[in-house]
Design a protein around this ligand. Structure first.
Ligand SMILES: Cc1cc2nc3c(=O)[nH]c(=O)nc-3n(C[C@H](O)[C@H](O)[C@H](O)COP(=O)(O)O)c2cc1C
Length: 387
């Protein structure tokens, strides 16, 4: 694929990873892209690089515009390996280039990289003149590592937002408007829920800074580029960062002999009766990263497990561990499950929900197989609790 012009003298030169399916536990069903951008000005500037195994592809793309040896600056917005993994290859070719990096990035990078390189650390408010344009830097710590920053070219009205506003989505198209706003927002929501969610407080602060910028293009480091629908994605982010994401109930469970599933559907009936949208997520058929997307905008999170050997099912434990790391804000939790003789799973689920910051609405324990009456009692009891 050829480089893609984003603005006059600014080109996408990144890489498309159609085969990626597992991004540290996140199911990337649509693959991903590693976006790097080449700015051709008096000083040739590369914004971010790509995952290590795509270095040659990126250098080949750059070669179609300029000789990569001529690169003067490599802006490293984030040192995670999907963006900095080819930095050494670039610096090998562009021997005299300077790495532009945040202080935390410099600190974290020197473990893996060559201290002989030229470095210039930048912080919020710093500006770098590269010829006809100035680049402004804004530190965005914990969105989503301590070193993160974004780069803004006011002359082009373009924000190189790194992980913010990104999506894991591989396609031959580079712009959201060439695919679909709905698809891009769906993928951006999944990305937010699985990567950025725990840092919503920091994202809120970043949004306050970004809102004052005059932006025509948001160029993230993953996925499609926003040259339209900018208000749509910014408004979504403003909603996702808030603690009040009260839209629906998500019912997550696993089961050995279907009793816990029966309870799950009795719980569903109560939410339906109250006019609350529900989403049923059997852990046997749903990936935890897809479940997180629903949880981002849910008010109620109901988690069910039968008792297996005095504990919950491993699939439920794995989901709750993932949830505990990602959850932000106040939500209401409910623990449920079927048991035979000791019934620890329900208490374990309830404990983990509370430790993750949920207000616990109820614990529903059923001995062995629930009969029709028990299921009706569950539905009616929950309806009352939701009043
Ligand atoms: C391998 C196995 C281990 C179990 N261990 C326990 C246990 O330690 N404590 C308990 O209360 N019930 C235990 N049970 C009973 C189940 O929790 C009970 O059958 C329950 O109704 C299963 O719910 P489900 O149909 O949702 O899978 C065990 C069942 C199996 C098959």
């Amino acid at each position: 694929m050829e480089p893609v012009k984003i603005k006059e003298n600014i080109h996408w030169v990144g890489a498309i990873d159609y085969d990626l399916r597992n991004f540290h536990g996140y199911l990337t069903e649509e693959g991903s892209t590693y976006n790097s951008y080449l700015i051709v000005d008096d000083k040739i500037t590369l914004v971010d690089t790509v995952k290590e195994n795509f270095a040659d592809e990126m250098l080949e793309r750059i070669s179609k515009i300029i000789n990569p040896a001529k690169i003067d600056y490599v802006v490293t917005n984030h040192v995670e390996m999907d963006h900095s993994g080819s930095l050494d290859k670039v610096m090998e070719v562009a021997e005299n280039a300077t790495v532009i990096i945040s202080p935390k990035g410099r600190e974290n990078l020197h473990i893996d990289y060559d201290e002989e390189w030229n470095f210039k650390t930048v912080t919020t408010g710093d500006q770098l003149n590269i010829g006809e344009r100035n680049l402004d830097f804004i530190l965005t710590p914990m969105v989503h590592w301590p070193d993160n920053m974004v780069t803004y070219s006011g002359d082009d009205k373009i924000l190189f937002s790194n992980d913010a506003f990104g999506q894991h989505f591989a396609s031959s198209e580079r712009f959201v408007d060439e695919v679909s706003c709905d698809i891009a927002i769906k993928e951006a929501k999944k990305y937010y829920a699985n990567i950025v969610f725990p840092y919503s407080f920091q994202v809120e602060n970043v949004l306050k800074k970004v809102v004052d910028l005059d932006i025509e293009v948001i160029a993230p480091s993953h996925g499609l580029i926003w040259r339209s629908f900018i208000t749509d994605i910014v408004e979504k982010y403003k909603w996702w960062v808030t603690k009040e994401n009260k839209e629906k109930a998500v019912i997550i469970y696993d089961t050995m002999w279907d009793s816990t599933e029966k309870i799950a559907y009795a719980i569903q009936n109560a939410f339906e009766a109250k006019g609350i949208d529900i989403s049923m997520k059997n852990l046997d058929t749903n990936h935890i990263s897809n479940i997180m997307t629903d949880i981002l905008t849910a008010e109620y999170v109901c988690v069910g497990s039968p008792t297996l050997n005095n504990n919950m099912l491993p699939s439920v434990a794995s989901f709750l561990t993932y949830l505990q790391g990602l959850i932000y804000g106040k939500k209401t939790g409910l623990a449920f499950g079927s048991y035979g003789w000791s019934g620890e799973s329900i208490d374990h689920v309830a404990d983990l929900l509370e430790k993750s910051g949920f207000d616990l609405l109820d614990k529903i324990k059923v001995n062995y197989v629930p009969d029709e009456n028990t299921l009706k009692e569950i539905t009616n009891g929950l309806k009352k609790a939701l009043d």
